[in-house]
Ligand binder design. Structure first.
Ligand SMILES: [Fe+2]
Length: 426
């Protein structure tokens, strides 16, 4: 665990290294804190929980402990803050010194048995933030970024890519949640089985190319396809295409972490859209989003009634199965990971983008909050957040597990997502 945490620190530093130093006060997502906050937040969280929380070590910078304590999840119609960031936040040198002091103080005590229970939570908090940082950086202008050398190559679509088909998944049990004694977040417990009806699901996620048909057909001008809430959002934001798309002189392009790419280059990538856009596309094509249970059944159940840890079986996640783990730092064409197929023949349920479900984020029956972080999930059980599953190219490998649940508001356009449809069961 100590080595895993140290490796995570290294990865976090690699990610901050993608940002030009003078861009650290930027707020790439206007409603969130500036990037510099996260330089201090990750060590502060570790220190507040491990050093101060468990070991009762004396504070050496209580003002920083408090300043960097908590992130924010503002309502998506809130006003961006107006404070002067340059005056509010300490200089980078001071934040880095705070970080390094925490790392060296904790480095001396990480082997203490008393920390064993909280250490995985601190590690996973850091890993969850790595993905958040990456999708925030995607919003920064290219001039503020320093792309790394030596990323793993993006696979081309196979010469004969799997075609998107409709796959019938028979009625049966879906296994949700985790039973293991290992650390998981509170919202992943308890493990339980849910009986699902038979359903018909896309074998591949919807691509940008497919989503453009909806855009070109006037999908953003027709209230019939949208929920009431989604239609209000389209009107308020005057949205006419997904957040990551842009058009200049008739040429379409799609945002990636380090640059915008011509639409053709991104056409076979999964469409990364908000929940309400995914929902509208599904309704436009006579379908709906899968429920959380249906996703689990399609991904992890087997025809003989079992459940596997990953769609492909027992092997730990690797780039051959799925585009995960911050190795490529960009999407891959759908269907480029045929060895990740599930037992029912559904492709790419894990990786490339968090997959939207139609299910609001709710506690499992028997939920009990984490004693040391009671608000982690419970603050979001408001039916204003929807569950996403499976992980993206920006998801650290440790979080690629069957029971891991992600959740976002239906208009939040920054997350790396994908979606597929479930059809009326005829
Ligand atoms: Fe946090």
């Amino acid at each position: 665990m100590k080595h895993e945490l140290e490796a995570a620190w290294e990865e976090t530093d690699r990610i901050f290294g993608f940002v030009a130093e003078d861009a650290l006060l930027a707020r790439p997502i206007p409603l969130r804190q500036p990037l510099l906050f996260y330089v201090g937040h990750l060590p502060a969280f570790a220190w507040n929980h491990l050093g101060r929380g468990v070991l009762n070590l004396p504070a050496f910078a209580p003002d920083f402990d408090a300043l960097f304590e908590a992130g924010i999840d503002p309502p998506d119609d809130a006003e961006p803050p107006r404070q002067d960031d340059a005056a509010l936040w300490p200089p980078l040198d001071a934040v880095l010194a705070f970080r390094d002091r925490i790392r060296s103080e904790l480095g001396r005590v990480l082997g203490e048995p008393a920390l064993a229970e909280v250490l995985p939570m601190v590690l996973e908090h850091e890993l969850v933030h790595q993905e958040t940082l990456l999708y925030m950086l995607q919003q920064l202008p290219a001039a503020a970024k320093r792309p790394p050398a030596g990323l793993a190559a993006t696979p081309k679509q196979p010469a004969a890519p799997p075609k998107s088909e409709r796959v019938r998944v028979p009625a049966g049990l879906a296994r949700l949640g985790a039973a293991s004694a290992e650390f998981v977040w509170d919202n992943e417990r308890p493990e339980h089985d849910v009986q699902t009806e038979a359903f018909v699901i896309d074998s591949l996620p919807v691509t940008h190319r497919e989503f453009r048909e909806f855009v070109s057909a006037g999908g953003y001008d027709d209230p019939r396809f949208w929920t009431e809430d989604g239609w209000r959002w389209v009107g308020q934001t005057r949205r006419a295409m997904p957040h990551g798309w842009s058009t200049h002189a008739g040429e379409w392009s799609v945002a990636t972490l380090f640059r915008d790419v011509p639409f053709d280059e991104a056409a076979e990538w999964p469409a990364s859209v908000t929940h309400c856009e995914a929902q509208a596309f599904a309704r436009w094509s006579g379908a709906r989003l899968p429920s959380e249970e249906e996703f689990h059944r399609a991904a992890f159940a087997t025809p003989d009634g079992g459940a596997r840890p990953h769609p492909w079986g027992d092997a730990p996640p690797a780039l051959a199965h799925a585009n995960v783990g911050l190795r490529r730092l960009r999407p891959a064409p759908v269907g480029a990971h045929p060895s990740g197929v599930s037992a029912f023949g559904v492709h790419e349920l894990v990786g490339n983008g968090w997959e939207w479900t139609g299910s609001p984020f709710r506690p499992f029956p028997g939920f009990s909050p984490l004693a040391r972080y009671p608000g982690y999930s419970a603050n979001f059980f408001d039916d204003r957040h929807f569950v996403l599953l499976g992980g993206s190219w920006a998801t650290p490998l440790r979080l690629v597990r069957r029971s891991f649940r992600n959740w976002f508001q239906p208009h939040y356009p920054y997350v790396i997502t994908k979606f597929r449809r479930v059809y009326p069961n005829r």
